[in-house]
Design a protein around this ligand. Structure first.
Ligand code: FMN
Length: 203
């Protein structure tokens, strides 16, 4: 069932479109507040199934994901690896992920596209999440070297992001004042001509 809060959350930051695109794309955004309810096991499994079916170079599937629920010791350990900024809002996420990619193919050759493919996997997860009104907020602000130590990540894998997940529909009052402004700000994008051109490289 879609609650009023969830409906509000996916409509008030909806993208200002130049062309018609799928609602799952234009309604997605990255909130820093989440509804106060845990993500169901079934929804989590669907998110990871969506990730599993993403395309990847040579079908290597270099993505590796550690996930944890709010309240666990591991949640606190990931929290402690986050930047101060991210720590200021991430507390009410239902689930945290630590994402990583495997640097080499099984044949030992460098997989130049592993980082790209991890991004594709997380994109799949993000759009499946949107289908369930689960918001996904990716974070580069994670001390990956600390995460390697804390989680004893073996050589050959590279921690890339932390990701906060939770149902849309959180309360703005959960945020410090400076973040309320960001949370309600209009979303911005580059003009199409800045990023896509026919017959000419866009710079
Ligand atoms: C790889 C990646 C890293 C990001 N890192 C952070 C971060 O550390 N902290 C944060 O608050 N948001 C972070 N974001 C969220 C972006 O700021 C956000 O996606 C961007 O402003 C566009 O907004 P939208 O997702 O609502 O469309 C990150 C997003 C991505 C994809």
């Amino acid at each position: 069932m879609v609650t009023t809060n969830q409906e509000k959350a996916i409509s008030y930051k909806s993208a200002q479109l130049k062309e018609d695109i799928h609602p799952i794309l234009y309604q997605r955004w990255s909130p820093r507040i989440f509804a106060d309810k845990p993500i169901t096991d079934q929804h989590l499994r669907q998110l990871f199934e969506a990730l599993r079916w993403a395309p990847s170079s040579m079908n290597e599937q270099p993505w590796r994901i550690l996930y944890t629920r709010n309240g666990s010791d591991i949640f606190n350990e990931i929290f402690n690896c986050l930047s101060e900024f991210n720590q200021s809002w991430v507390k009410n996420a239902s689930v945290l992920l630590l994402t990583a990619y495997k640097e080499k193919f099984d044949n030992g050759k460098e997989n130049f596209h592993a980082l790209h493919d991890l991004g594709l996997g997380i994109a799949n997860l993000t759009f499946q999440a949107q289908h369930h009104l689960i918001a996904v907020h990716q974070m580069a602000g994670v001390d990956w070297q600390k995460a390697h130590e804390v989680f004893q990540i073996p050589e050959g894998y590279h921690v890339t992001t932390a990701v906060a997940l939770g149902y849309y529909g959180g309360e703005l009052s959960a945020l410090p004042n400076d973040l309320i402004e960001k949370e309600t700000a209009k979303r911005k994008r580059k003009a199409m001509e800045e990023i896509v051109l026919e017959d000419k490289f866009p710079i």
